[in-house]
Design a protein around this ligand. Sequence first.
Ligand code: SAH
Length: 495
Amino acid sequence: MKRENIPQKNETVDLLIEDISKAGEGIGHFRGYTLFVKDAVPGDRIRAVVTKTGKNFGYAHLQKIISPSKDRVDPPCPAARTCGGCQLMAMSYPAQLAFKQSLVENALRRIGGFSVLSGTDASGSGTEIRVEAVVPAKEPLRYRNKAQYPVGTRDGKIISGFYAQRSHRIVEADDCMLVPEYFRDILEKMLALMEMYGIEPYDEETGKGLVRHLLIREGKATGSVHVCIVVNGETLPHAEEIAKMLSGPAGKTDTYGDGPASGKGRAAVPCVEGVSISVNTKPGNVILGNRLVRISGKPYTEDVLCGVPFLISPHSFYQVNHDQTEILYGLVREFAGLTGTEHVWDLYCGIGTIGLSLAPSAGRVTGIEVIPEAVEDARVNAAWQGIRNAEFYAGPAEEVLPDLLAGDPAAAGSFSESDVVIVDPPRKGCAPSLLETILSLKPSKIVYVSCDPATLARDLRILTDGGYRIRRVRPVDCFPMTVHVECVVLMSKVK
Ligand code: SAH
Protein backbone atom coordinates (compact mmCIF):
# COMPACT_ATOMS: atom_id res chain seq x y z
CA MET A 1 0.00 0.00 0.00
CA LYS A 2 1.42 3.36 -1.07
CA ARG A 3 1.68 5.76 1.83
CA GLU A 4 -0.24 8.53 0.04
CA ASN A 5 -3.22 6.21 -0.46
CA ILE A 6 -3.68 5.64 3.26
CA PRO A 7 -6.35 8.02 4.57
CA GLN A 8 -5.55 10.29 7.52
CA LYS A 9 -6.94 9.75 10.97
CA ASN A 10 -10.20 11.78 11.35
CA GLU A 11 -10.57 11.98 7.55
CA THR A 12 -14.14 11.53 6.30
CA VAL A 13 -14.47 8.86 3.62
CA ASP A 14 -17.34 7.49 1.52
CA LEU A 15 -17.31 3.72 1.20
CA LEU A 16 -19.23 0.88 -0.35
CA ILE A 17 -19.31 -1.99 2.14
CA GLU A 18 -18.30 -5.06 0.14
CA ASP A 19 -17.74 -7.74 2.72
CA ILE A 20 -17.95 -8.59 6.40
CA SER A 21 -15.20 -9.64 8.82
CA LYS A 22 -15.31 -12.61 11.17
CA ALA A 23 -16.04 -10.14 13.97
CA GLY A 24 -19.04 -8.79 12.03
CA GLU A 25 -17.53 -5.45 10.94
CA GLY A 26 -18.33 -4.16 7.46
CA ILE A 27 -15.32 -4.04 5.12
CA GLY A 28 -14.86 -1.29 2.52
CA HIS A 29 -11.98 0.08 0.46
CA PHE A 30 -10.81 3.66 0.11
CA ARG A 31 -8.33 4.07 -2.80
CA GLY A 32 -7.61 0.36 -2.39
CA TYR A 33 -6.99 0.67 1.36
CA THR A 34 -9.06 -1.69 3.57
CA LEU A 35 -11.20 -0.18 6.30
CA PHE A 36 -13.24 -2.05 8.92
CA VAL A 37 -16.45 -0.32 10.00
CA LYS A 38 -18.51 -1.57 12.94
CA ASP A 39 -22.30 -1.56 12.35
CA ALA A 40 -21.96 -1.30 8.55
CA VAL A 41 -23.67 -4.00 6.51
CA PRO A 42 -22.44 -5.39 3.16
CA GLY A 43 -24.24 -3.45 0.43
CA ASP A 44 -24.42 -0.20 2.46
CA ARG A 45 -23.02 3.00 0.98
CA ILE A 46 -21.78 4.95 3.96
CA ARG A 47 -19.89 7.97 5.17
CA ALA A 48 -17.38 7.14 7.88
CA VAL A 49 -14.65 8.84 9.89
CA VAL A 50 -11.27 7.12 9.98
CA THR A 51 -10.34 6.33 13.58
CA LYS A 52 -7.15 4.30 13.29
CA THR A 53 -4.78 3.40 10.48
CA GLY A 54 -2.11 0.75 10.14
CA LYS A 55 0.15 -0.24 7.27
CA ASN A 56 -2.31 -2.63 5.66
CA PHE A 57 -5.72 -1.77 7.04
CA GLY A 58 -7.53 0.58 9.37
CA TYR A 59 -10.78 1.28 11.19
CA ALA A 60 -13.50 3.86 10.64
CA HIS A 61 -16.59 4.92 12.56
CA LEU A 62 -19.95 4.81 10.79
CA GLN A 63 -21.27 8.36 10.57
CA LYS A 64 -24.08 8.23 8.06
CA ILE A 65 -25.74 5.69 5.81
CA ILE A 66 -25.89 7.21 2.33
CA SER A 67 -27.90 4.33 0.88
CA PRO A 68 -28.78 1.22 2.87
CA SER A 69 -28.04 -2.34 1.86
CA LYS A 70 -31.01 -4.52 0.93
CA ASP A 71 -29.98 -6.65 3.94
CA ARG A 72 -30.14 -3.76 6.41
CA VAL A 73 -32.88 -3.67 9.05
CA ASP A 74 -33.60 -1.33 11.95
CA PRO A 75 -31.96 -2.96 14.99
CA PRO A 76 -34.68 -3.89 17.49
CA CYS A 77 -32.50 -2.80 20.43
CA PRO A 78 -31.82 0.89 21.20
CA ALA A 79 -28.35 -0.02 22.55
CA ALA A 80 -27.35 -1.96 19.41
CA ARG A 81 -24.54 0.42 18.44
CA THR A 82 -23.08 1.11 21.86
CA CYS A 83 -23.23 -2.39 23.32
CA GLY A 84 -20.68 -4.95 22.20
CA GLY A 85 -23.02 -7.93 22.25
CA CYS A 86 -25.05 -8.05 19.03
CA GLN A 87 -22.66 -7.47 16.16
CA LEU A 88 -25.18 -8.45 13.46
CA MET A 89 -28.32 -6.73 14.71
CA ALA A 90 -28.54 -4.36 11.72
CA MET A 91 -28.61 -7.35 9.33
CA SER A 92 -31.77 -9.20 8.31
CA TYR A 93 -31.97 -12.69 9.77
CA PRO A 94 -31.57 -14.47 6.39
CA ALA A 95 -28.43 -12.36 5.76
CA GLN A 96 -27.09 -13.35 9.21
CA LEU A 97 -27.57 -17.01 8.30
CA ALA A 98 -25.80 -16.54 4.95
CA PHE A 99 -22.92 -14.87 6.80
CA LYS A 100 -22.61 -17.82 9.22
CA GLN A 101 -22.78 -20.33 6.37
CA SER A 102 -19.86 -18.62 4.63
CA LEU A 103 -17.97 -18.20 7.91
CA VAL A 104 -17.91 -21.99 8.29
CA GLU A 105 -17.20 -22.63 4.58
CA ASN A 106 -14.37 -20.10 4.48
CA ALA A 107 -12.74 -21.42 7.66
CA LEU A 108 -12.77 -24.96 6.25
CA ARG A 109 -11.27 -23.67 2.97
CA ARG A 110 -8.72 -21.18 4.26
CA ILE A 111 -7.67 -22.70 7.57
CA GLY A 112 -8.48 -26.37 6.99
CA GLY A 113 -7.33 -26.43 3.36
CA PHE A 114 -10.44 -28.42 2.40
CA SER A 115 -12.14 -28.20 -0.92
CA VAL A 116 -15.61 -26.95 -0.05
CA LEU A 117 -18.58 -26.86 -2.41
CA SER A 118 -20.89 -23.84 -2.11
CA GLY A 119 -24.48 -23.36 -3.17
CA THR A 120 -25.23 -25.40 -6.26
CA ASP A 121 -21.59 -26.32 -7.08
CA ALA A 122 -21.36 -29.80 -8.55
CA SER A 123 -18.89 -32.26 -7.15
CA GLY A 124 -15.83 -32.86 -9.34
CA SER A 125 -13.28 -35.11 -7.71
CA GLY A 126 -15.51 -36.55 -5.00
CA THR A 127 -13.15 -35.41 -2.25
CA GLU A 128 -14.97 -32.13 -1.70
CA ILE A 129 -17.09 -31.48 1.34
CA ARG A 130 -20.37 -29.64 1.51
CA VAL A 131 -21.51 -27.65 4.52
CA GLU A 132 -25.21 -28.33 5.01
CA ALA A 133 -27.52 -25.34 5.47
CA VAL A 134 -27.20 -23.68 8.87
CA VAL A 135 -30.23 -24.56 11.04
CA PRO A 136 -32.02 -21.26 11.70
CA ALA A 137 -33.42 -20.29 15.10
CA LYS A 138 -37.17 -20.05 15.57
CA GLU A 139 -36.67 -17.21 18.03
CA PRO A 140 -33.92 -14.79 16.94
CA LEU A 141 -34.47 -12.63 20.06
CA ARG A 142 -34.83 -13.40 23.79
CA TYR A 143 -33.34 -16.85 23.36
CA ARG A 144 -30.67 -16.72 26.06
CA ASN A 145 -31.23 -18.45 29.39
CA LYS A 146 -28.36 -16.65 31.12
CA ALA A 147 -27.13 -13.11 31.68
CA GLN A 148 -24.12 -11.82 33.60
CA TYR A 149 -24.57 -8.15 34.40
CA PRO A 150 -21.56 -6.10 35.47
CA VAL A 151 -22.41 -3.74 38.34
CA GLY A 152 -20.66 -0.38 38.71
CA THR A 153 -21.10 3.28 39.65
CA ARG A 154 -21.62 6.37 37.53
CA ASP A 155 -22.04 9.83 39.08
CA GLY A 156 -22.68 8.30 42.47
CA LYS A 157 -25.48 6.07 41.21
CA ILE A 158 -25.30 2.27 41.10
CA ILE A 159 -25.61 1.17 37.48
CA SER A 160 -25.58 -2.01 35.47
CA GLY A 161 -25.82 -3.00 31.84
CA PHE A 162 -23.33 -4.47 29.40
CA TYR A 163 -19.75 -3.94 28.42
CA ALA A 164 -19.13 -1.84 25.32
CA GLN A 165 -17.24 -3.66 22.59
CA ARG A 166 -13.63 -4.50 23.54
CA SER A 167 -13.89 -2.52 26.79
CA HIS A 168 -14.97 -2.62 30.39
CA ARG A 169 -17.04 0.54 30.15
CA ILE A 170 -20.57 -0.31 31.27
CA VAL A 171 -23.25 0.67 28.77
CA GLU A 172 -26.40 1.29 30.77
CA ALA A 173 -29.11 -0.77 29.13
CA ASP A 174 -31.93 -2.00 31.26
CA ASP A 175 -33.31 -4.52 28.80
CA CYS A 176 -31.14 -6.82 26.70
CA MET A 177 -33.18 -8.16 23.78
CA LEU A 178 -31.45 -11.53 23.94
CA VAL A 179 -32.62 -12.43 27.45
CA PRO A 180 -36.10 -12.82 28.97
CA GLU A 181 -37.69 -9.47 29.79
CA TYR A 182 -38.18 -10.33 33.46
CA PHE A 183 -34.38 -10.52 34.02
CA ARG A 184 -34.57 -6.71 34.11
CA ASP A 185 -36.96 -6.82 37.08
CA ILE A 186 -34.54 -9.02 39.03
CA LEU A 187 -31.62 -6.76 38.14
CA GLU A 188 -33.51 -3.58 39.14
CA LYS A 189 -34.55 -5.15 42.42
CA MET A 190 -30.93 -6.04 43.15
CA LEU A 191 -29.68 -2.51 42.40
CA ALA A 192 -32.43 -1.03 44.61
CA LEU A 193 -31.48 -3.42 47.45
CA MET A 194 -27.84 -2.39 47.13
CA GLU A 195 -28.85 1.29 47.41
CA MET A 196 -31.08 0.50 50.38
CA TYR A 197 -28.42 -1.43 52.31
CA GLY A 198 -25.56 0.84 51.21
CA ILE A 199 -23.70 -1.98 49.44
CA GLU A 200 -21.00 -0.66 47.13
CA PRO A 201 -20.42 -2.00 43.63
CA TYR A 202 -16.92 -3.24 42.89
CA ASP A 203 -14.55 -0.82 41.19
CA GLU A 204 -12.12 -2.52 38.79
CA GLU A 205 -9.62 0.35 38.99
CA THR A 206 -9.26 0.53 42.76
CA GLY A 207 -10.25 -3.06 43.60
CA LYS A 208 -12.63 -1.65 46.24
CA GLY A 209 -16.35 -2.26 46.62
CA LEU A 210 -18.25 -5.50 46.87
CA VAL A 211 -20.73 -6.53 44.16
CA ARG A 212 -19.05 -7.35 40.83
CA HIS A 213 -21.65 -9.13 38.73
CA LEU A 214 -25.16 -10.47 38.92
CA LEU A 215 -25.67 -13.79 37.18
CA ILE A 216 -29.20 -14.91 36.36
CA ARG A 217 -29.92 -18.31 34.78
CA GLU A 218 -33.31 -19.77 33.98
CA GLY A 219 -34.42 -23.24 33.01
CA LYS A 220 -36.53 -22.51 29.97
CA ALA A 221 -38.49 -25.73 30.17
CA THR A 222 -39.19 -25.41 33.90
CA GLY A 223 -39.27 -21.70 34.79
CA SER A 224 -36.69 -22.45 37.51
CA VAL A 225 -34.46 -19.39 38.01
CA HIS A 226 -31.27 -19.05 40.02
CA VAL A 227 -29.59 -15.76 40.94
CA CYS A 228 -25.89 -15.71 41.79
CA ILE A 229 -24.26 -12.55 43.18
CA VAL A 230 -20.54 -12.33 42.46
CA VAL A 231 -18.81 -10.54 45.32
CA ASN A 232 -15.33 -9.27 46.03
CA GLY A 233 -15.32 -10.69 49.55
CA GLU A 234 -16.20 -13.75 51.58
CA THR A 235 -19.73 -12.60 52.45
CA LEU A 236 -22.42 -10.14 51.46
CA PRO A 237 -24.03 -8.05 54.22
CA HIS A 238 -27.80 -8.61 54.52
CA ALA A 239 -27.45 -11.65 52.26
CA GLU A 240 -30.51 -13.43 53.73
CA GLU A 241 -32.76 -10.37 53.41
CA ILE A 242 -31.56 -9.76 49.87
CA ALA A 243 -32.14 -13.40 48.91
CA LYS A 244 -35.63 -13.25 50.39
CA MET A 245 -36.49 -10.12 48.40
CA LEU A 246 -35.16 -11.61 45.17
CA SER A 247 -36.91 -14.96 45.57
CA GLY A 248 -40.32 -15.90 44.30
CA PRO A 249 -42.26 -15.38 41.07
CA ALA A 250 -40.18 -13.22 38.77
CA GLY A 251 -42.28 -12.40 35.82
CA LYS A 252 -44.07 -9.10 36.06
CA THR A 253 -42.99 -7.87 32.63
CA ASP A 254 -42.96 -11.08 30.63
CA THR A 255 -45.46 -13.08 28.64
CA TYR A 256 -45.63 -16.83 28.75
CA GLY A 257 -46.20 -19.18 25.88
CA ASP A 258 -47.43 -22.72 25.72
CA GLY A 259 -44.07 -24.25 26.58
CA PRO A 260 -40.73 -24.18 24.82
CA ALA A 261 -41.87 -26.49 22.03
CA SER A 262 -44.36 -23.88 20.86
CA GLY A 263 -41.50 -21.44 20.27
CA LYS A 264 -43.53 -18.84 22.14
CA GLY A 265 -41.80 -18.77 25.48
CA ARG A 266 -41.11 -20.83 28.56
CA ALA A 267 -43.21 -23.55 30.06
CA ALA A 268 -44.02 -22.06 33.45
CA VAL A 269 -44.11 -18.69 35.20
CA PRO A 270 -40.46 -18.08 36.11
CA CYS A 271 -39.67 -18.24 39.78
CA VAL A 272 -36.41 -17.43 41.56
CA GLU A 273 -35.91 -20.68 43.45
CA GLY A 274 -32.47 -20.03 44.85
CA VAL A 275 -29.82 -17.39 45.51
CA SER A 276 -26.09 -17.92 45.95
CA ILE A 277 -22.87 -15.95 46.24
CA SER A 278 -19.80 -16.56 44.12
CA VAL A 279 -16.66 -15.43 45.95
CA ASN A 280 -14.28 -13.68 43.56
CA THR A 281 -11.63 -11.57 45.27
CA LYS A 282 -9.13 -11.75 42.42
CA PRO A 283 -8.50 -8.69 40.26
CA GLY A 284 -8.91 -9.22 36.52
CA ASN A 285 -11.74 -9.91 34.15
CA VAL A 286 -12.73 -13.46 35.09
CA ILE A 287 -16.36 -13.10 36.12
CA LEU A 288 -16.99 -16.07 38.39
CA GLY A 289 -15.13 -16.85 41.57
CA ASN A 290 -13.98 -20.27 42.68
CA ARG A 291 -16.16 -20.71 45.75
CA LEU A 292 -19.93 -20.83 45.78
CA VAL A 293 -21.96 -20.12 48.93
CA ARG A 294 -25.63 -21.03 49.02
CA ILE A 295 -27.75 -18.28 50.58
CA SER A 296 -31.23 -19.67 50.18
CA GLY A 297 -33.25 -22.18 48.18
CA LYS A 298 -31.84 -24.44 45.49
CA PRO A 299 -28.15 -23.87 44.71
CA TYR A 300 -28.79 -24.55 41.00
CA THR A 301 -31.15 -24.02 38.06
CA GLU A 302 -33.31 -26.92 36.88
CA ASP A 303 -33.99 -27.49 33.20
CA VAL A 304 -35.08 -30.24 30.83
CA LEU A 305 -33.08 -30.83 27.66
CA CYS A 306 -34.01 -33.44 25.03
CA GLY A 307 -36.48 -34.88 27.55
CA VAL A 308 -33.78 -35.28 30.21
CA PRO A 309 -33.92 -33.24 33.45
CA PHE A 310 -30.73 -31.43 34.52
CA LEU A 311 -29.49 -29.50 37.54
CA ILE A 312 -27.02 -26.75 36.64
CA SER A 313 -24.90 -24.98 39.26
CA PRO A 314 -24.04 -21.33 38.63
CA HIS A 315 -20.36 -22.09 37.99
CA SER A 316 -21.06 -24.78 35.38
CA PHE A 317 -21.18 -24.26 31.64
CA TYR A 318 -24.61 -24.79 30.14
CA GLN A 319 -25.63 -24.00 26.57
CA VAL A 320 -27.42 -20.63 26.49
CA ASN A 321 -30.03 -21.34 23.81
CA HIS A 322 -32.28 -24.13 25.04
CA ASP A 323 -34.31 -24.75 21.88
CA GLN A 324 -31.37 -24.66 19.44
CA THR A 325 -29.32 -26.87 21.78
CA GLU A 326 -31.99 -29.55 21.46
CA ILE A 327 -31.49 -29.35 17.68
CA LEU A 328 -27.70 -29.42 18.10
CA TYR A 329 -27.81 -32.49 20.34
CA GLY A 330 -30.33 -34.10 17.97
CA LEU A 331 -27.68 -33.83 15.25
CA VAL A 332 -25.04 -35.28 17.58
CA ARG A 333 -27.38 -38.22 18.20
CA GLU A 334 -28.03 -38.66 14.48
CA PHE A 335 -24.32 -38.45 13.58
CA ALA A 336 -23.32 -40.84 16.39
CA GLY A 337 -25.81 -43.40 15.00
CA LEU A 338 -25.74 -45.51 18.17
CA THR A 339 -27.04 -49.07 18.13
CA GLY A 340 -27.27 -49.45 21.91
CA THR A 341 -23.94 -51.13 22.61
CA GLU A 342 -21.29 -48.50 21.88
CA HIS A 343 -19.04 -46.93 24.47
CA VAL A 344 -19.46 -43.15 24.05
CA TRP A 345 -16.62 -40.86 25.15
CA ASP A 346 -18.03 -37.40 25.90
CA LEU A 347 -14.94 -35.19 26.04
CA TYR A 348 -15.33 -31.60 27.31
CA CYS A 349 -18.66 -32.80 28.72
CA GLY A 350 -19.66 -29.88 30.99
CA ILE A 351 -22.51 -31.11 33.20
CA GLY A 352 -22.82 -34.20 31.00
CA THR A 353 -25.72 -33.01 28.84
CA ILE A 354 -24.60 -34.74 25.63
CA GLY A 355 -23.48 -38.00 27.24
CA LEU A 356 -26.49 -38.30 29.53
CA SER A 357 -28.97 -37.63 26.72
CA LEU A 358 -27.27 -40.45 24.76
CA ALA A 359 -26.79 -42.86 27.68
CA PRO A 360 -30.09 -44.77 27.19
CA SER A 361 -29.01 -45.50 23.58
CA ALA A 362 -25.41 -46.42 24.43
CA GLY A 363 -23.65 -49.31 26.15
CA ARG A 364 -21.60 -47.04 28.31
CA VAL A 365 -20.76 -43.33 28.60
CA THR A 366 -17.54 -41.79 29.91
CA GLY A 367 -17.44 -38.03 30.32
CA ILE A 368 -14.38 -35.87 30.99
CA GLU A 369 -14.53 -32.23 32.04
CA VAL A 370 -12.04 -29.81 33.60
CA ILE A 371 -14.38 -27.88 35.99
CA PRO A 372 -14.88 -30.04 39.12
CA GLU A 373 -18.30 -28.48 39.94
CA ALA A 374 -19.56 -29.37 36.46
CA VAL A 375 -18.38 -32.97 36.95
CA GLU A 376 -20.20 -33.00 40.28
CA ASP A 377 -23.34 -31.75 38.48
CA ALA A 378 -22.92 -34.47 35.85
CA ARG A 379 -22.73 -37.18 38.55
CA VAL A 380 -25.71 -35.76 40.42
CA ASN A 381 -27.65 -35.57 37.16
CA ALA A 382 -26.82 -39.17 36.27
CA ALA A 383 -27.97 -40.36 39.69
CA TRP A 384 -31.07 -38.18 39.60
CA GLN A 385 -32.06 -39.63 36.23
CA GLY A 386 -31.30 -43.18 37.36
CA ILE A 387 -28.61 -43.54 34.69
CA ARG A 388 -26.16 -46.26 35.71
CA ASN A 389 -24.01 -46.61 32.61
CA ALA A 390 -22.30 -43.21 32.78
CA GLU A 391 -19.15 -42.15 34.64
CA PHE A 392 -17.58 -38.71 34.82
CA TYR A 393 -14.00 -37.69 35.49
CA ALA A 394 -12.59 -34.29 36.42
CA GLY A 395 -9.48 -32.89 34.77
CA PRO A 396 -8.12 -31.84 31.38
CA ALA A 397 -9.35 -34.29 28.74
CA GLU A 398 -5.86 -34.44 27.20
CA GLU A 399 -4.48 -35.80 30.49
CA VAL A 400 -7.40 -37.77 31.89
CA LEU A 401 -8.16 -39.80 28.74
CA PRO A 402 -4.65 -41.31 28.41
CA ASP A 403 -4.54 -41.86 32.21
CA LEU A 404 -7.85 -43.73 32.15
CA LEU A 405 -6.75 -45.93 29.28
CA ALA A 406 -3.36 -46.64 30.86
CA GLY A 407 -5.00 -47.60 34.17
CA ASP A 408 -7.13 -50.52 35.21
CA PRO A 409 -9.34 -51.53 32.22
CA ALA A 410 -12.01 -52.71 34.66
CA ALA A 411 -12.44 -49.12 35.79
CA ALA A 412 -12.59 -47.17 32.55
CA GLY A 413 -12.98 -50.01 30.08
CA SER A 414 -10.54 -50.69 27.31
CA PHE A 415 -10.95 -48.76 24.10
CA SER A 416 -12.55 -50.47 21.17
CA GLU A 417 -12.61 -49.19 17.60
CA SER A 418 -16.40 -49.26 17.64
CA ASP A 419 -16.37 -46.65 20.40
CA VAL A 420 -17.71 -43.22 19.49
CA VAL A 421 -15.68 -40.18 20.50
CA ILE A 422 -17.53 -36.88 20.92
CA VAL A 423 -15.56 -33.69 21.50
CA ASP A 424 -17.17 -30.34 22.38
CA PRO A 425 -14.25 -28.06 23.28
CA PRO A 426 -14.37 -24.34 24.14
CA ARG A 427 -13.43 -21.78 21.44
CA LYS A 428 -9.74 -22.58 21.55
CA GLY A 429 -10.47 -26.05 20.18
CA CYS A 430 -8.98 -29.41 21.20
CA ALA A 431 -5.56 -29.77 22.78
CA PRO A 432 -3.21 -31.12 20.05
CA SER A 433 -2.16 -33.97 22.35
CA LEU A 434 -5.81 -35.00 22.77
CA LEU A 435 -6.18 -35.23 18.98
CA GLU A 436 -3.05 -37.40 18.89
CA THR A 437 -4.49 -39.69 21.55
CA ILE A 438 -7.79 -39.98 19.66
CA LEU A 439 -5.95 -40.79 16.42
CA SER A 440 -3.96 -43.51 18.17
CA LEU A 441 -7.21 -45.09 19.46
CA LYS A 442 -8.71 -45.30 15.93
CA PRO A 443 -12.41 -44.95 16.84
CA SER A 444 -14.70 -45.65 13.88
CA LYS A 445 -16.51 -42.34 14.37
CA ILE A 446 -15.66 -38.95 15.77
CA VAL A 447 -18.37 -36.35 16.34
CA TYR A 448 -16.95 -32.84 16.72
CA VAL A 449 -19.21 -30.15 18.23
CA SER A 450 -17.61 -26.73 17.80
CA CYS A 451 -18.36 -23.13 18.73
CA ASP A 452 -15.50 -21.70 16.67
CA PRO A 453 -15.17 -22.44 12.94
CA ALA A 454 -11.48 -21.45 12.87
CA THR A 455 -10.25 -23.91 15.50
CA LEU A 456 -12.69 -26.50 14.14
CA ALA A 457 -11.08 -26.23 10.70
CA ARG A 458 -7.59 -26.49 12.24
CA ASP A 459 -8.52 -29.62 14.20
CA LEU A 460 -10.39 -31.26 11.31
CA ARG A 461 -7.23 -30.90 9.18
CA ILE A 462 -5.22 -32.75 11.85
CA LEU A 463 -7.81 -35.53 12.06
CA THR A 464 -8.06 -35.74 8.25
CA ASP A 465 -4.28 -36.06 7.93
CA GLY A 466 -4.49 -38.75 10.61
CA GLY A 467 -6.79 -40.95 8.51
CA TYR A 468 -10.31 -39.60 8.99
CA ARG A 469 -12.76 -38.24 6.48
CA ILE A 470 -15.42 -35.57 6.98
CA ARG A 471 -18.85 -37.09 6.31
CA ARG A 472 -21.21 -34.35 7.41
CA VAL A 473 -20.97 -30.74 8.54
CA ARG A 474 -24.04 -28.93 9.85
CA PRO A 475 -23.95 -25.50 11.48
CA VAL A 476 -26.70 -24.57 13.96
CA ASP A 477 -27.54 -20.97 14.77
CA CYS A 478 -27.58 -20.99 18.56
CA PHE A 479 -26.64 -17.30 18.79
CA PRO A 480 -28.76 -15.08 16.50
CA MET A 481 -27.71 -11.39 16.26
CA THR A 482 -24.12 -12.32 17.16
CA VAL A 483 -21.23 -13.55 15.00
CA HIS A 484 -21.13 -16.89 16.80
CA VAL A 485 -22.19 -20.22 15.34
CA GLU A 486 -22.17 -23.84 16.49
CA CYS A 487 -21.27 -26.67 14.15
CA VAL A 488 -21.58 -30.46 14.32
CA VAL A 489 -19.23 -32.59 12.21
CA LEU A 490 -19.20 -36.32 11.64
CA MET A 491 -15.88 -37.93 10.75
CA SER A 492 -15.27 -41.57 10.11
CA LYS A 493 -12.12 -43.66 9.78
CA VAL A 494 -10.95 -44.21 6.22
CA LYS A 495 -10.66 -47.96 5.72
N1 SAH B 1 -20.57 -30.55 26.15
C1 SAH B 1 -21.00 -29.57 27.12
C2 SAH B 1 -19.96 -28.47 27.40
C3 SAH B 1 -19.32 -27.81 26.22
S1 SAH B 1 -18.46 -26.31 26.58
C4 SAH B 1 -22.32 -28.95 26.71
O1 SAH B 1 -22.76 -29.09 25.57
O2 SAH B 1 -22.95 -28.30 27.55
C5 SAH B 1 -16.82 -26.82 26.77
C6 SAH B 1 -16.52 -27.43 28.11
O3 SAH B 1 -15.15 -27.81 28.10
C7 SAH B 1 -16.68 -26.49 29.30
O4 SAH B 1 -17.51 -27.12 30.26
C8 SAH B 1 -15.25 -26.32 29.83
O5 SAH B 1 -15.21 -26.19 31.24
C9 SAH B 1 -14.60 -27.60 29.39
N2 SAH B 1 -13.14 -27.62 29.22
C10 SAH B 1 -12.31 -26.61 28.87
N3 SAH B 1 -11.05 -27.06 28.74
C11 SAH B 1 -11.07 -28.40 29.00
C12 SAH B 1 -10.08 -29.44 29.00
N4 SAH B 1 -8.82 -29.18 28.71
N5 SAH B 1 -10.47 -30.69 29.30
C13 SAH B 1 -11.77 -30.96 29.60
N6 SAH B 1 -12.74 -30.02 29.61
C14 SAH B 1 -12.40 -28.76 29.31
